[in-house]
Design a protein around this ligand. Structure first.
Ligand code: ZN
Length: 254
């Protein structure tokens, strides 16, 4: 299985427009972060999690040319605003299979009413095949069984996903103990860590590290990172062994 980090930044991306913060001015490519998304693939499967405003650029940079399933963690714009750009996939492979909870599907329908329009559709409008998923029901994409995991982004229920020994959790602030059971034996964990200072709806660095101690994966990659996390090169030196800051276009295999 190949994990390709399409974007590792928080909602504004890094650099932030107009910012003079040193991290926003950094020349290190690892300090440039598009909105958070990941591409999980093997010879037979290609799954993308979330479709933020940088989706088009991410598809071009990664060379992703086929998507079997587009999974949504939740409806916030930094995770959904790129949905119009699925059109090139529609022309190649037909309607995009989209997997999300009903609340998120309803929200997508509101944001992108023209995509879900059934009468008088504009020719060439993006098209989706919507699949409702439930937190306690695994779903299949090809031969993969995907396990949704409930986490909370402040008060908002959000989904993470586990495929085999890989788990991807973003926009987490809290998780209940039953759901932690679903993460037993995970070898590679991706989890959000915004910055050092606490935040109302995201793990800060210490909360993410405490979570890593609880789950005990072999390796952890932190994502959904703000420029307030500091320079990639400096921050990574301070992390425990086997915990890394993810960065855009990083590819790992497991
Ligand atoms: Zn987010």
């Amino acid at each position: 299985m190949k994990i390709y980090f399409l974007g590792t930044g928080t909602s504004q991306g890094i650099p932030v427009i107009g910012s003079q913060h040193p991290v926003c001015l950094s020349n290190d490519i690892r300090d440039k972060r598009l909105r958070v998304s990941v591409w999980i693939s093997d010879e037979k499967h290609s799954v993308v999690v979330d479709c933020g405003p940088d989706f088009r650029q991410q598809m071009l940079q990664s060379g992703c040319a086929r998507i079997d399933a587009l999974l949504f963690t939740h409806e916030h714009a930094d995770h959904t605003a790129g949905l119009d750009d699925i059109r090139p996939f529609n022309f190649q492979q037909g309607p995009m299979p989209v997997y999300a909870e009903q609340r998120v599907l309803n929200n997508l329908q509101k944001r992108f009413d023209y995509i879900f329009e059934t009468e008088n559709r504009y020719p060439g409008a993006p098209s989706v095949n919507a699949h409702e998923i439930q937190v306690d029901q695994r779903f299949a994409v090809g031969n993969w069984e995907i396990q949704p995991i409930r986490v909370y982004h402040g008060n908002l229920p959000v989904l993470g996903f586990r495929i085999d020994d890989f788990a991807y959790l973003t926009d987490v602030k809290t998780i209940e103990s039953d759901e932690i059971e679903k993460l037993k034996g995970v070898k590679v964990l991706v989890v959000n860590a915004l910055r050092e200072e606490p935040h109302a709806t995201h793990f800060n660095l210490q909360e993410a590290l405490d979570f890593v101690t609880l789950i005990q994966p072999e390796k952890t990659y932190l994502t959904h990172i703000s420029h307030h996390m500091g320079f990639h090169a400096e921050r990574e030196k301070q992390l425990p062994e086997n915990v890394f800051l993810a960065f855009d276009n990083l590819e790992i295999t497991l």
